[in-house]
Design a protein around this ligand. Structure first.
Ligand code: HEM
Length: 417
């Protein structure tokens, strides 16, 4: 299928033609359940052109997305968002940095997030999960996102940067991260780009000020935490990180580490709430939890990664030119039947396969072990104390779109009829 319209790329199929409407990863309705649209694109227009947000290509097949993510030379990570945020000029470390600098940064931070390096926080993560489950049991019917999925990862972040936990700081962090990533939380409605940009910039500045105060404190009184480590760490054979780089990295940790885990927990419990049989299996046999965590991550990936083409390239027969923007939705890759037979089913005994839910290639997620630790503890503590749960009748769900999509609300009950 190809659209030949004046001023548009010729010989290329378009999302508009294939779907009957534009592809818009910022649309909250689409974010809630994008799978029918992705299935249609995979079948009829696997590399689709859209003129939305300045124009870009969206790729929907697993192998095409893998080819993009594994080729960092042809597909630059700068800037990470489509459309790029106006006024955003400094690359986020390491997310938007290309080789060779990218590798130098990763060499410094990778050791901080290896399984051995994070195991010491497991106990406090579990304690915090238990506290949140206590509250859920008291309330019985509530918004799961507000009571568990949002507060849980921000407490983990506070622990990593060596701050004593306070509910106020936790809520403040959630609010900044959410406004930066999902500007619709602040009253700026979908499509109101000016209000969204203003909200995003305001929250970005507030978060930066908070992290700056934290860094100044750590420079005076170093502790046993990530920020203190970064103030002394050296790039291989090179130099120490400067003040702005440390600040930048801490900012990325908040953005990359909070909302992703929030959303993964939220979607996982949405799908589990709809499947009493899976609840019963997991509650009876907690040894299945790691497999369930993996399968639910595969079933509902949340990141729309973006790249900029640096040199002529061909993906699935489509010619790309330098400067072209490309969006690779991991939600589509992991529902591709050519990669995962019965992709629309949740199968706990699915044969192991290297997934890309944490990305692939050089920018593969720094925090995947931490995310898995958080998810596993959340599953264990919730299923241990709340083995049977459900969605209220007529539960109204809502989501945010964007670079990472998220569940905004998940009405939840700690029992099942
Ligand atoms: C379930 C939770 C998570 C998911 C699904 C997820 C997913 C991803 C994906 C897909 C990427 C690659 C983006 C790209 O290639 O453009 C990525 C990168 C990244 N993630 Fe995660 N992530 C999660 C949790 C975390 C956590 C807890 C942290 C905190 C340390 C974190 C930190 C990062 C960083 C720093 C990067 C950039 C890596 C680089 O560019 O070298 N993520 N994540």
């Amino acid at each position: 299928m190809s659209d030949e319209q004046p001023g548009k790329r010729t010989g290329v199929c378009t999302a508009l033609h294939a779907l009957g409407h534009e592809y818009d990863h910022y649309d909250p309705q689409f974010a809630l359940d994008p799978h029918a649209d992705y299935a249609a694109l995979r079948t009829t227009c696997p590399v689709a052109r859209t003129e939305n947000y300045g124009g870009f290509y969206v790729m929907t097949k697993f192998d095409d997305i893998a080819a993009v993510l594994h080729n960092a030379q042809t597909f630059s990570s700068w800037p990470a968002d489509t459309p790029p945020t106006p006024g955003h000029t400094r690359a986020l470390i390491p997310l938007e940095v290309d080789a060779p600098e990218h590798r130098r940064y990763r060499t410094i931070v990778d050791p901080l997030f290896r399984p051995k390096a994070i195991e010491h926080i497991a106990e406090s993560v579990r304690e915090y999960a238990i506290q949140l489950v206590d509250t859920m049991l008291d309330k019985r019917e509530f918004d799961f996102m507000a009571e568990f999925a949002q507060p849980f990862p921000s407490a983990v972040f506070l622990r990593l940067v060596g701050l004593d936990f306070s509910v106020q700081q936790r809520d403040q962090l959630c609010s900044w991260a959410s406004t930066i990533l999902h500007t619709t939380t602040t009253g700026a409605s979908h499509g109101d780009v000016e209000a969204q940009t203003a909200a995003r910039l305001g929250a970005g500045k507030a978060l930066n000020d908070f992290l700056r105060a934290l860094l100044d404190e750590r420079l005076k009184n170093p502790g046993d935490d990530i920020i203190s480590y970064l103030t002394t760490a050296e790039m291989p054979g090179q130099r120490k990180l400067d003040y702005r780089e440390i600040l930048n990295f801490a900012y990325v940790l908040v953005l990359a580490g909070l909302d992703t885990v929030t959303t993964a927990i939220g979607f996982s419990f949405l799908h589990l709430a709809r499947r009493p049989d899976l609840q019963d299996r997991l509650a009876a046999n907690p040894a299945l939890i790691p497999a369930a965590v993996e399968e639910l991550l595969r079933y509902e990936p949340i990141v729309h990664a973006s790249r900029t083409v640096t040199e002529p390239a061909v993906i699935n027969g489509v010619q790309l030119q330098p400067g072209d923007r490309v969006v690779v939705p991991l939600a589509s890759a992991h529902r591709d039947e050519d990669a995962y037979p019965q992709a629309d089913q949740i199968l706990l005994d699915r044969p192991a396969k290297q997934s890309m839910v944490f990305g692939a290639g050089s920018h593969r997620c720094l925090g995947s072990h931490l995310a898995r630790l958080e998810l596993t503890i959340a599953f264990e503590e919730i299923l241990r104390r709340i083995p049977r749960f459900s969605l209220p009748e007529n539960a109204r769900l809502a989501a945010y779109g964007g670079q990472t999509r998220s569940l905004a609300v998940l009405p939840f009950r700690t029992w099942r009829d």
